[in-house]
Design a protein. Structure first.
Ligand SMILES: C[S@@+](CC[C@H](N)C(=O)[O-])C[C@H]1O[C@@H](n2cnc3c(N)ncnc32)[C@H](O)[C@@H]1O
Length: 251
């Protein structure tokens, strides 16, 4: 495990962050739009990776044929189990899905950019593992940060419009100056992506940002036959600078 992957994992085990996720329950607009494309889920065997405290469990548990959730944070898994005592949710790492047989799921979800907290080598393993456990004709739905986002890497005072929001975001960035400086040293530019410390969870994460054409290429390398890209709100779009993250639907 790389140094930054350990840091990201530690963040997802913190009590305050677990509480934040435990308070979330509705699907995002973009997720709703993509699901319209997936169609009928009534008999679907679903794997929900990076399930967190169960925001998506709340939506899918009673709608799919069978539901399995995994997350590498034991604290988040406990929170999810407290909310959904009967659900099949356990600790598991997306980079190693060996406990699941080939072709055993019709829908695999890795929501809310969970895949972006894994390093490049691990990400490629995740994509290959998801392809392996997905049945032919099944769907892989996920989101990932957008390298083309116009404000990527900028601090609030560098390009936000002056006003209350900008002041609030600037104060937040200043409050965490020390952590930002330390995390910044770990940022890197990879062959088709960048690792960036953004404002999520008080600047405590390093996040993988990738352009849609490169993401589609990674999916093809992992054996997906076709992949569609959407903006943050679920509208089909090949490229855009307005979305912090993008949604993908691959088969
Ligand atoms: C941004 S949170 C989203 C949580 C939840 N899906 C939601 O939408 O509320 C990302 C999630 O991915 C999980 N995660 C990140 N890397 C993972 C990995 N390699 N294996 C399993 N879970 C992982 C984190 O623990 C965290 O729960």
């Amino acid at each position: 495990m790389s140094d930054f992957e350990g840091l990201n994992e530690a963040t997802y085990r913190q009590a305050g962050i677990v509480d934040e996720y435990a308070a979330q329950e509705s699907l995002h607009e973009g997720e709703e739009r993509l699901l319209e494309r997936v169609g009928d889920l009534s008999g679907a065997r679903m794997l929900d990776i990076g399930v967190g405290a169960g925001r998506t469990t709340a939506h899918f548990l009673d709608r799919v044929g069978s539901y399995v959730g995994i997350d590498y944070s034991p604290e988040l898994v406990d929170a999810c189990r407290r909310r959904f005592p009967g659900a099949d949710v356990s600790v598991g790492d997306a980079r190693d899905l060996s406990r699941f047989a080939d072709g055993s799921f019709d829908l695999v979800l890795f929501s809310f950019n969970g895949i972006d907290y894994v390093a490049d080598e691990g990400r490629r393993r995740v994509l290959a593992e998801v392809r392996r456990v997905l049945a032919d004709g099944g769907h892989f739905m996920f989101s990932s940060h957008n390298r083309d986002y116009s404000r990527l890497g900028k601090l609030p005072w560098q390009d936000a419009r002056p006003g209350r929001t900008m002041l609030k975001q600037s104060a937040h960035a200043l409050l965490h100056t020390r952590r930002r400086r330390e995390m910044r040293r770990r940022e890197l530019v990879g062959r088709d992506h960048v690792l960036v410390n953004d404002n999520a969870h008080d600047w405590s994460l390093l996040t993988y940002y990738i352009s849609p054409p490169d993401q589609v290429r990674q999916l093809a390398d992992a054996g997906f036959a076709d992949a569609e890209c959407f903006d943050q709100w679920g509208r089909p779009s090949a490229t855009d600078e307005a979305s912090v993250w993008r949604h993908y639907l691959a088969r």
